[in-house]
Design a protein around this ligand. Structure first.
Ligand code: F6R
Length: 593
């Protein structure tokens, strides 16, 4: 989590702040920057809270400086305090560093350095890096050698940007298991944790490999791997990579929900434009493997549940796994299995850990991700891209629908079903036209102390995602259950302070799902049914109804029944005065295990 940037060129401070803002989704509890001044000394500004705080603090300061690094933090080791905010500086003031990742052996290093007389001013794991650089500078013949010596001692994961006042026109960078991108333009050079965090003028980038050490100066990037200078592939930045504006929307989340139709169209288009050889390779995987494990976290895991249900319906034997469990308690894996990894960011540490584990066992894997420059896209054997475009809001919305869509498209292709799903026929625009009704229902949802989401079959999967969205950005305790499971325990929580949101899109489940509604009503609970069925109207058991458009194919409802639930979460969050884009304690890209 955390985002790091570095910039060399005019207006370095402003550029660093602008780039940090684009990485704020990676963590936003504190931020800071370090600049080298005209006397080759390091200037530091850091503060808790959003990046706007360091922007205000540094107003009219350091505007003439041309080199610096910056950081936006999601606390892992050490509380959210100004002292723990990055950058961290060595005792002698020579080195400043920003770090993304976790140094697992930092306590041992800290104790060793303390015995040598060094002092620490933060509780973080990261500070040891700055001080180790100072210690190793005593013996290293060059900064590059120093960085090599220093990172050799570190266990865990890191991407690092380093300022050294003895090389005041350079930024040094290195990484292990955390992403880092470098870009140089006509009059600037920069680094960032994600392509989106590079300056607006950047047109190309290189992705550093593990243990690369980059020496970045204006117009020149040198990369070393094991003492040898190496060339890394230069990749073009696409418009989508840098799409990072809210246009006329108040928040990224609502903008991203409104982009769902286009995102689905682009994803479908990219799938149908796959080269015949690439498509064949993927279809061959399914032809030769009937046992499938699907692995992901959070929302992406919920997309796997939908995917597994679709693949099961055409004869595959599927299991879904939460990545953080899979890595340490893997199922019986052998070469008869195909593993599918799903990740919007392509940087989720839990999912990457599983992918590597599976690759070590020589098992075939296919990944579905939204970020072409991500680690998962880089290391996967086979890849399918969602084309949701940049997703900035912490709560995933458009990426989820696109992940589900990939499974629909795959299932159609595998079963040679020529009836390709039509995005227009999903009638998403009809749902977006009911925004006022959704907003009014959200005012009601905001009054409840707890909210349950229930449904049967495919609807129970949408219920899980709806519940996660709501709790994530409204802080209302919420759980989801297959409707029939409620009476096996959770019904004891139902009372007149609870709302149950019932997803009901599958005709064959109407009768039994309505039994659950009766059971809830009999315990004084309130009910809101989300359904396309006209005959379902408010009555003595149903307090509220939201009508979905009618689709020809019932199996397609998961692609749209989630949209009102995403909107309920959004408007309820607004109603409660919460910023839906930046819910407390969370970050968009979870790059630590
Ligand atoms: C919830 C959400 C998270 C992510 C999860 C996995 O709205 O966004 O649950 O789905 O952290 O992230 P990715 O898909 O980037 O691997």
């Amino acid at each position: 989590m955390c985002g790091i940037v570095g910039f060399i060129g005019k207006n370095a401070k402003t550029q660093i702040i602008d780039c940090l803002k684009k990485l704020e989704y990676r963590g936003y509890d504190s931020s800071g920057l370090a600049l080298i001044n005209n006397k080759d000394k390091i200037e530091i500004i850091k503060e808790t809270g959003f990046i706007s705080n360091i922007e205000n603090l540094s107003n009219n300061m350091f505007d003439d400086l041309e080199i610096g690094i910056g950081h936006t933090r999601w606390a892992t080791t050490g509380k959210v305090t100004k002292e723990n905010a990055h950058p961290h500086v060595s005792n002698n003031g020579r080195f400043a560093i920003v770090h993304n990742g976790i140094i697992e052996n930092y306590e041992a290093i800290k104790s060793d350095l303390s015995h040598k007389g060094y002092t620490f001013s933060s509780e973080t794991d990261s500070e040891v890096v700055a001080i180790l650089l100072e210690e190793n500078a005593k013996t290293a013949k060059s900064v590059i050698e120093n960085i090599k010596l220093t990172t050799k001692i570190l266990e865990g994961s890191f991407s690092l940007a380093i300022l050294d006042t003895h090389s005041p026109d350079k930024i040094f960078a290195t990484k292990k298991d955390m992403p880092l991108f470098v870009s140089a333009g006509a009059d600037f050079a920069s680094i960032a944790s994600a392509v989106v965090g590079l300056p607006h003028d950047a047109i190309q980038y290189i992705m550093l490999e593990n243990h690369d050490i980059a020496e970045i100066s204006l117009n020149t990037i040198k990369v070393w791997q094991n003492e040898e200078m190496v060339d890394r592939r230069v990749q073009k930045i696409t418009k989508d990579d840098l799409n990072h504006t809210m246009h006329n929307h108040k928040h990224y989340m609502i903008k991203e929900i409104f982009e769902e139709q286009v995102a689905l169209e682009k994803t479908a288009e990219a799938f149908s434009s796959l080269k015949p050889s690439a498509k064949k390779e993927i279809l061959d995987l399914f032809a030769s493997h009937k046992r499938i494990h699907l692995v992901a976290c959070g929302t992406a895991y919920h997309a796997c549940l939908v995917g597994a249900s679709l693949l099961e319906s055409i004869g595959f034997d599927c299991s879904c796994h939460i990545a953080s469990e899979f890595k340490y308690f893997p199922p019986n894996l052998n070469d008869k299995c195909l593993c599918i990894f799903v990740s919007q960011s392509g940087e989720t540490a839990d999912t990457i850990g599983c992918l590597k584990l599976v690759q070590e066992k020589g098992i075939k894997c296919l990944s579905i991700t939204n970020v072409e420059s991500s680690t998962i896209a880089h290391i996967s054997d086979h890849l399918l891209m969602t084309k949701a475009g940049t997703e900035v809001a912490v709560a995933s919305t458009k990426a989820y629908n696109c992940q589900c869509l990939i499974f629909y498209l795959l299932t159609q292709a595998i079963s040679k079903n020529n009836q390709v799903i039509s995005i227009k026929n999903l009638k998403i625009d009809k749902i977006l036209q009911t925004i006022n009704q959704i907003s009014k229902l959200s005012q009601i949802i905001a009054t409840f102390k707890k909210v349950f989401f229930i449904g049967r079959g495919l609807d129970s999967l949408t219920a899980k995602e709806g519940s996660l969205k709501l709790k994530e950005i409204t802080y209302i305790p919420s759980e989801s259950y297959p409707a029939g499971e409620l009476k096996h325990g959770t019904l004891s929580l139902v009372d007149d302070e609870s709302l149950s949101i019932v997803i009901l899109t599958q005709k064959s489940t109407i009768h039994k799902t309505m039994n659950a509604v009766s059971e809830i009503k009999a315990r004084g609970g309130f009910t809101l049914v989300v359904t396309p069925f006209d005959e379902i109207q408010p009555n003595h058991e149903i307090d509220y109804v939201f009508h979905l458009p009618i689709l020809k194919n019932e199996q397609h409802y998961p692609l749209i029944s989630i949209i009102p639930l995403q909107l309920f979460a959004y408007f309820t969050s607004i109603e409660k005065g919460i910023n839906p884009d930046k819910p407390r304690n969370l970050a968009k890209s979870v790059t630590v295990e």
